[in-house]
Each structure stands twice: as C-alpha cells, then as structure tokens.
Design a protein around this ligand. Structure first.
Ligand code: GLC
Length: 421
C-alpha cells in the first residue's frame, strides 16, 4: 500500500462523512443489494429488479441542500466527505455521457447532483471525495466473463458473470472496461475530487479489472488525487469495514462504519450506536493512526434521519473541546502502555491520553522514558499532579472533576520529543 505522507490533508483530517445516496434511498432498502438478494431468505428488505428500478420514479432530491449538509458535517467535526456517484446498481448520479442509466435521464430530479455537492463541500472548506463502484448491474457488458470462483454466490450470480454454458464475451468485457474508465475520467474532469473511493471490485481479480492501468491513468491525470484500496494492491490506503481491526494497519488506513446498521437511508433500522460508542470508535481509529469515515444516508428528498443528525452533532460536541488531541496528530502509544487511546502532536512533545473509564483515582501510563513537565485535563485546563515510580507514571485524578462520559482527554507536555523505554 503506497504510504500517504503524514503531512497530507488525508492524515490530518481524521474524520470523513460517507454518504450513500441513490434511488435505493426511495424505499430505504439496502443499496443495490436489495435486488441482488431478491427471492433469497435474508433478514433485510429486498425488491425484484423491476421494483428496484421503479425507485427511479421516486427519486426527487426535492429538499437537497448541500450547503446545509456541509454545515452539518462541519458541526460533526468532519474535514472531508465521500458521496456515492454510482453504486453497484449502475445508476449514475451525474450526467454521464456514456450511458442512459442516471438519475439525470431516468428520475424526476433530471439533473446532476454531484457538482452542487462538490461546490458546497469546497465552499465550507471540506475535502471532496467521490465513491464509485466498479461492479455495474445496469451495464449489459458487465456479466461478460465466466465465474472466477464457485464457492460464493457473489461470483456466480448472473448479475456479475455469464453462465457456464454461454461463451465468454471478451469484446464485451473490453467495452465494459472502456466504459468504466470513461466514467472515472468524467468524474475527474468534471468534479476534480481529491479522493476517489472505489468499491465493488468483484467478482474478478485486479488483473481482469485492469486496476493497475486504471490507477496509473488516474495518477497521470492528477498526481494529487488519493485512491482507496479497492483497486487491488494499487490503492493508497487500507479500508477496513464495519469493525475495528485487531491489528491496525501500519500504513495509511481508514475505517468505514455506519451510525446504525445501514449504509443508506433505512427508516426501519433503529439500531443506532450510542454516542459514547461512536466517540470510542473514532478515537481508537485516530489513536492507531487511522481515519474514521462515518456513514449516514440521506432520504430520497435529500434529508437525514434526525437520529443520524443527533449522532453527528454529538460527535462534534465531543471533538470541539478536544480538537487539539485529534486533528493533525500522529499515531499514539503502542497498545498495552495505557488503558485507552492516545495520540501524539506532530513534534512528539505532547502526548494526549484518551480515557474511557474511570477505574480508580489515577491513570497509569507505562513505558515513558521521561517525565512530563505538565499534565492537564484538556477540556477544562485543570492541572493534575503525577508521581513516577517502578517505571510507571501515575496521574492523580483528584483534581480532574467529573469525567466526560464519552471520553476525557489528558494532555502531557514534555520538554523533548517523547521517547519510550
Ligand atoms: C459494503 C456494502 C456496500 C457499501 C460498502 C461501503 O461493501 O455491501 O453496499 O457500499 O460496504 O464500504
């Protein structure tokens, strides 16, 4: 995985908002998968192909206000956003010249929604990311080749591959790749994203998808653009999904997860994560050198579920008084030295300890080669005393006051860059 320099906006941003918005938002069914799983015994709503695409008629974006989105994301503390330009269903959210499968040509919106999003994000100072799926269940040439594997329905579905008794259509696959590359080119030329977030890199391997060639083409067009890992081995960073990795990647990474269980708008999904869990997931990512890309889905009119809004605002309310411990920081202490997360300032002279639980009247940190000159609680500035013995620093919490139920940050200032024993 190419390493993105630590000074890059991507490393310093820490929080992004992930938006799945498309015709699937009309009925609030799982994006694209609702038709893929139709007729199968699955615990989520499904639609026949016909009913799925009938959602085109309900996609109005009637209250789409990207400036209000940007204001909300800023309030959440986000520094970038990633919006679906095309999910696996193949429905483009911009006026692509390469196909009729777009909300511009087939839905009442009748216009591109990507340009206003990019403009509003940029106006608010947010970095612009665009999501794009390689897999395309609208394009007739996508199922041109035989299944590369047979042990998983994803690899044998007629939406993805040709049945064994039909000849492979190599020319069809070449047409599909030219189409995919053409759409990516359109996105870059029209919208100039800073981040291209690929997905749907199935059912074929990276060689068949010509991921390396695509990456080279993208970087030749704009060397600054960042690409995620769903490009075979040619992405710039890892994208673990829906679970904190046991071993955080050494190189650049970003966890994507959702505020409830769904990527897109799903009014029936009430399983929202409590704010303390969101704060914990976020700070665990940051402490391990990663970003969090937090998923919320606007409805077909372009509005967010109030429960999602509350979570975004709650996260921002936690970040604001603790911002110094988040943005522009670096990966903190290795696991095992402190019972919580931690981050380091870029000059490594300040260590931020992020404590989730108040287990006793002190915090302990192991492995520090020097004593901090000063220890304070970040959000209140309360000065705390410390003792050091047996190679352990003990931070006395007597003067710390009531801790923040989501997480409390302690700031340890050192005379010299921090070294570990
Ligand atoms: C999962 C979902 C897909 C979603 C993606 C985001 O792979 O199946 O629909 O777009 O996560 O990372």
């Amino acid at each position: 995985m190419t390493r993105i320099p630590e000074e890059s906006w991507f490393h310093r941003a820490k929080l992004g908002i992930f938006l799945h918005w498309g015709i699937y938002s009309v009925k609030g069914v799982p994006e694209s998968w609702a038709m893929y799983y139709h007729g199968q015994d699955v615990p989520w709503p499904t639609l026949s192909r016909e009913d799925y695409f009938a959602q085109y008629d309900g996609f109005t974006a009637a209250r789409y206000d990207p400036a209000a989105w940007a204001a909300l994301f800023k309030e959440a503390g986000a520094r970038y956003a990633v919006l679906t330009t095309k999910h696996h269903d193949g429905v483009a959210m911009w006026d692509t010249a390469l196909s009729d499968d777009s909300i511009v040509k087939k839905s009442p919106v009748g216009r591109d929604v990507i340009a206003p999003y990019c403009e509003a994000m940029r106006d608010a100072g947010l970095h612009v990311g665009l999501y794009f799926s390689h897999a395309d269940w609208s394009h007739p040439d996508f199922p041109s080749l035989h299944a590369p594997r047979r042990d998983n329905a994803l690899f044998t579905s007629p939406m993805n591959v040709r049945p064994d008794d039909q000849m492979e259509d190599r020319a069809g696959w070449a047409r599909f790749l030219a189409f995919r590359n053409g759409q990516v080119r359109e996105l870059m030329e029209r919208f100039h994203p800073e981040l291209l977030w690929f997905d749907g890199d199935f059912p074929h391997g990276p060689a068949v998808f010509e991921m390396r060639e695509l990456r080279d083409e993208i970087k030749a067009r704009d060397p600054q653009v960042i690409v995620n890992s769903r490009l075979g081995a040619w992405g710039d960073y890892e994208t673990p999904e829906q679970a904190l990795p046991v071993r955080p990647p050494e190189e650049t990474w970003e966890l994507c997860t959702t505020v409830n269980r769904s990527w897109d708008y799903a009014p029936q999904d009430n399983d929202y994560k409590p704010i303390e869990r969101i704060v914990r997931i976020f700070t665990e990512c940051v402490g391990h050198g990663g970003n969090l890309l937090l998923g919320v889905g606007p409805d077909a009119e372009g509005r967010f579920d109030p429960r999602a809004v509350e979570i975004l605002k709650g996260l921002g309310a936690w970040i604001r008084p603790n911002a110094e411990a988040i943005y522009d920081t670096r990966r903190g202490l290795p696991d095992g030295l402190f019972n919580g997360a931690s981050t380091l300032s870029a000059d490594k002279k300040t260590l931020y300890l992020i404590a989730y639980d108040r287990a006793a009247n002190y915090l302990l940190v192991k492995g520090l080669a020097s004593k901090p000159a000063r220890v304070t609680r970040l959000d209140t500035g309360a000065e705390l005393s410390t003792r050091g013995d047996l190679g352990v620093l003990w931070i006395d919490l007597t003067a710390a006051g009531t801790l923040n139920p989501n997480a409390t940050v302690f700031k340890l200032e050192f005379e010299e860059p921090l070294c570990l024993k």
